[in-house]
Design a protein around this ligand. Structure first.
Ligand code: NAD
Length: 371
């Protein structure tokens, strides 16, 4: 009996989502027709488009389908059309609900500079050249979820806003484990980031990471860094880092900082992972880091490479298809080296190409590399 096909769910979402997913779909279809993958592929709605059709940014059926899938590929949600809706109906709530329901606690954000794009960074090319970092951000805990929270009025009439930074040892250990395991497949260096100098949750974070390292991952180099210093070091000397592991709040800030070192939002993929089950199955959602770019949506000019590289991450991390992921990343690199650019990464003397042209060029390059 043949094994059941692995299932992937595609969620194009809003704005440029349909455009970048369209280009990526051609890449996915190439792998299918070349016989390199045999996924069962379905597509559904999330975000504003789901609200327009169903009155909710994500339906229970889509959440169930996402949980059942072996991996989910999502483009982006949101746009001005839905900005005045109550908070619970906003497109972003759909995305948050999927992440929460799938139990995705570890967010992997690679930031890597393609040599041919090192001129696109706001830092000097010789500082960012060869920069290849993975930030592992804790996604379901910390100050964004901690209780108590809220805004209260004090007896003297003043108002007070409250959020609580809170982590348990198991929350810290499970995300640190993801970072150490990733480092083993990279350059074997982990930098754990908190503010143990001023926060008790940071003291616990440092303690738990140190203990886990000593008992299970002593083959990996571990350093600790305060978050403010880490921000400075990322700009001063980004190449010193391999894997950074940090909490939800610091990870939010540091991963945005790191992404801009690379030049364009349109180039960067991400993955969010859940706990690995005994069977080896692990909930996983892959998405570009950019939003729905309403300023360029509908014009066919968006850069599809972040989305295409998110698919490469899916091949690598969900399906252990490292050779196929390498092939796709190589195809992207070759297309860039040949001078093809969408408007967001175009440099002086180059003309920009449309989303579809970029996607087709990657497919053509894949076919050539595989021949
Ligand atoms: P954005 O990432 O959509 O756009 C920021 C800038 O980068 C814009 O100038 C845009 O044109 C450009 N850009 C982004 N992706 C690009 C691509 N692939 N190719 C070329 N240029 C690209 O961020 P924003 O403007 O702050 O947010 C717009 C909407 O997206 C909002 O509704 C926001 O809530 C939503 N958003 C969604 C996600 C998500 O779905 N994960 C993430 C961030 C923002």
């Amino acid at each position: 009996m043949t094994a059941p096909k692995k299932k992937i769910l595609l969620l194009p979402g809003d704005g440029i989502g349909t455009e970048v997913m369209g280009a990526t779909r051609k890449v996915i279809d190439w792998f299918q027709s070349a016989g390199r993958t045999a996924f069962e592929i379905t597509e559904d709605l999330v975000g504003g488009i789901s609200y327009d059709k169903h009155g909710t940014p994500v339906t229970a059926a889509v959440i169930a389908r996402a949980k059942e899938a072996d991996a989910v590929l999502l483009a982006c949600v949101g746009g001005p059309k839905w900005d005045t809706l109550p908070f619970k109906d906003r497109p972003e709530r759909g995305l948050l609900a999927i992440r929460k329901e799938m139990g995705l606690f570890a967010n992997l954000r690679p930031a890597l500079v393609f040599d041919v794009l090192s001129g696109a960074s706001t830092l000097k090319a010789d500082v960012v050249k060869g920069f290849d970092l993975m930030i592992v951000r804790e996604l379901l805990g910390g100050v964004y979820f901690g209780e108590p929270r809220g805004i209260e009025t004090l007896p003297n009439g003043e108002r007070r806003g409250i959020n609580t930074q809170v982590y348990t040892s198991s929350e810290i250990r499970r995300v640190a484990r993801v970072a150490f395991e990733l480092a083993r497949k990279r350059r074997k260096k982990v930098c754990s980031v908190e503010k143990a100098n001023v926060m008790e949750s940071g003291v616990l974070w440092r303690d738990e990471v140190t203990k886990l390292h000593a008992t299970e991952f002593s083959d990996v180099d571990l350093v600790h860094m305060y978050a403010d210093n880490c921000a400075m070091q990322l700009v001063r000397c980004p190449r010193q880092f391999d894997v950074i592991v940090t909490d939800n709040l610091f990870g939010d800030l540091l991963s945005d900082l790191a992404s801009m070192l690379t030049g364009s939002l349109g180039m960067l993929p991400s993955a969010s992972l859940g706990l690995k089950e005994a069977s080896g199955r692990q909930a996983a959602l892959f998405e570009p880091i950019h939003g729905s770019a309403p300023d360029i949506a509908g014009r066919g000019v968006a850069n599809p490479l972040a989305m295409i590289l998110s698919y490469a991450m899916m091949l690598r991390y969900s399906f252990n298809l490292a050779a196929d992921a390498d092939l796709l990343e190589k195809a992207v690199q070759n297309v860039l080296s040949a001078g093809l650019r969408t408007a967001d990464i175009v440099e002086a003397g180059q003309t920009s190409v449309a989303t579809a042209v970029m996607g087709d060029a990657v497919v053509k390059e894949l076919a050539q590399l595989a021949a």
